[in-house]
Design a protein around this ligand. Structure first.
Ligand code: TEU
Length: 546
């Protein structure tokens, strides 16, 4: 029964409990605060929350450095508060998925503390140790901050692998005991009511040969991924794995489990995301169109996850060096905001350079491209960054609820906040939910409409993509057909208005096309069986054949 595949038409909303809503005014967001904001999320049209890590952590990588996989960070609440979040979400028809970060632990995790105490520790093999770093060691994800991925441990005189920060030693999933631990963790949270996991850093976790030479040798990485999915399926009929695998499409195809769709349920599409930015930088739909067309077909039960922003930096490593330069020139002209060698913009200036027409057009794209859209909290308001916050904190500013102190996130003194509030033109005074709720022209109200129309157009999640060739390279016109119908979306990625002619098979002279997004107007094909439209600068239309 295909209606069970809820993720095919979901609206996923990523949030960090720590920066969403502070209910006890200690400066740190909490589960109780989140529970009190469920109506806001339901009203927006969200159907699935993705909670970033909320586990006990020394917080050296915003909670992606975990010391207890079964615990909750005391500052955020306790397990009772967590379950209350699940219940209040469920009551409003929303599911909850959580981050599964098992590529590594914090170096303060009791397992690693034991492992590094002696070579004979029963936990030694929970991690990956070498006498010498391999010659062909992988490059670090954090150039400038880390010199490599092997760190010397003085006491036991061996090197341990850390794919990310040196305080995040990699777990050795080649060890069956570690694999058992991972299953226990999954089982535990499923029992508390989650509907699946966003799986962190999948290629690093699985280490297929070539990606990370030198890591503990898991003989059959795909077999392991499949076994995780099977384990999940045995415990929950509905739970999913949303994988973070920043890889080219062809490698992602393998991670879906091919035709059997028995591995990752969904995967973020970093290729489409990066090419979307390139297209915007150029005012040319070409790169985005090519990236969408390049997606290999996937099984019905599998799904792409589309996104514009996330909690990390803007990651452009799927572009060539010259292409990245174009994106940098358009969006990060200030050299200090860039890290050239990995194609990462560490501190992105306020979203997309600020043209409000372009921002709306981008979200119209996000909700009309085949796949499942994933929003990062605050995107629905057009929230910006706090460039002074430094590093990744700059995109993790507190949610802006009102124009009041700390954006209504907390009553604590600003110095006690988990993350600094946005300043300047994107401060809560200018960008906040309570004003936007009552303003029919606001970004928030626009996003609600987009989400409502997306949810009424199941073909976006289910459908087959067809690109409708255009004379003007600035225009992306596409049709998605499947589920219950067929919808056409047209986007003008340039600042020049333009006319568009749409033609496709089975479009007849008697057909009528209704505008799904803007005004419900009806367009009829010309005598030649084509539909002519005019698009403003950064204009967009969604149409359905009646
Ligand atoms: O990121 C993992 C990852 O694969 C990175 O390459 C990511 O694409 C890059 O940092 C982008 O700049 C995940 C989390 O998303 C990140 O926040 C964590 O720091 C990291 O895992 C380690 O847990």
């Amino acid at each position: 029964d295909t209606s069970d595949l809820w993720w095919k038409t979901a609206v996923v909303y990523c949030l960090d409990v720590e920066t969403f809503m502070d209910w006890n005014d200690d400066g740190v967001g909490d589960f109780e605060g989140l529970a009190h904001r469920m109506d806001y999320l339901a009203e927006l049209g969200v159907t699935c929350l993705w909670l970033m890590p909320f586990y006990p952590s020394p917080d050296q990588d915003d909670g992606y450095d975990i010391t207890d996989f079964y615990g909750v960070d005391k500052r955020l609440g306790n397990h009772g508060d967590f379950v209350e979040v699940i219940r209040t979400a469920r009551d409003r028809g929303m599911r909850v998925i959580i981050d599964l970060v098992v590529n590594h632990t914090s170096d303060k995790h009791p397992w690693f503390q034991a492992a590094r105490s002696s070579r004979n520790s029963p936990y030694r093999d929970y991690y990956v140790w070498r006498d010498e770093p391999p010659k062909d060691a992988a490059e670090t994800v954090f150039p400038g901050e880390e010199s490599g991925v092997w760190n010397f441990d003085e006491r036991t005189e061996q090197y341990y692998l850390h794919s990310f920060y040196s305080h995040q030693p990699d777990l050795n999933v080649a060890n069956p005991k570690v694999r058992e631990e991972v299953e226990k963790i999954i089982g535990f949270w499923l029992q508390l009511g989650v509907s699946g996991f966003r799986v962190d850093a999948v290629p690093f976790l699985l280490d297929p040969s070539g990606v990370m030479p030198g890591k503990g040798d898991l003989p059959d990485p795909m077999g392991y991924l499949r076994s995780l999915r099977e384990f999940l399926g045995r415990r929950s009929g509905e739970a999913i794995l949303l994988g973070e695998a920043n890889l080219p499409h062809k490698d992602q195809l393998v991670y879906f489990g091919g035709d059997d769709a028995d591995a990752l349920t969904m995967q973020f599409d970093f290729v489409v995301m990066a090419n979307m930015y390139l297209s915007l930088a150029r005012g040319d739909a070409g790169p985005l169109t090519a990236a969408l067309a390049d997606r290999p077909p996937i099984a019905t039960a599998s799904q792409w996850a589309n996104f514009v922003r996330n909690h990390d930096e803007l990651t452009l490593d799927k572009l060539s060096e010259t292409e990245r330069e174009e994106v940098f020139a358009a969006f990060a002209p200030d050299e200090e905001t860039r890290i050239y060698d990995r194609g990462i913009i560490r501190r992105l200036p306020p979203m997309l350079g600020g043209d409000p027409r372009r921002i709306r057009m981008v979200y119209s794209l996000l909700f009309s491209m085949p796949g499942t859209p994933v929003l990062f909290y605050g995107e629905e308001l057009g929230m910006g960054e706090n460039l002074e916050a430094g590093g990744r904190k700059s995109v993790r500013t507190p949610m802006q609820w009102t124009a009041e102190k700390n954006g209504g996130f907390s009553n604590a003194a600003p110095s006690r906040l988990a993350s600094p509030v946005a300043v300047g033109g994107y401060s809560p005074e200018h960008v906040n939910a309570s004003v936007q709720r009552h303003d029919p022209d606001s970004m928030l109200r626009f996003m609600r409409i987009l989400i409502e129309r997306y949810r009424a157009s199941a073909e976006i999640g289910w459908g087959e993509l067809e690109i409708l060739e255009q004379a003007n390279p600035a225009v992306l016109a596409h049709r998605v057909t499947g589920g219950e119908g067929s919808m056409i979306a047209v986007h003008n990625l340039s600042a020049e208005s333009t006319t568009v002619t749409l033609r496709f098979a089975d479009l007849g002279e008697d057909d009528r096309l209704v505008d799904l997004l803007l005004d419900g107007s009806i367009t009829t094909p010309s005598a030649k069986g084509a539909v002519d439209l005019t698009l403003d600068a950064y204009g967009y239309r969604w149409l359905r054949v009646l």
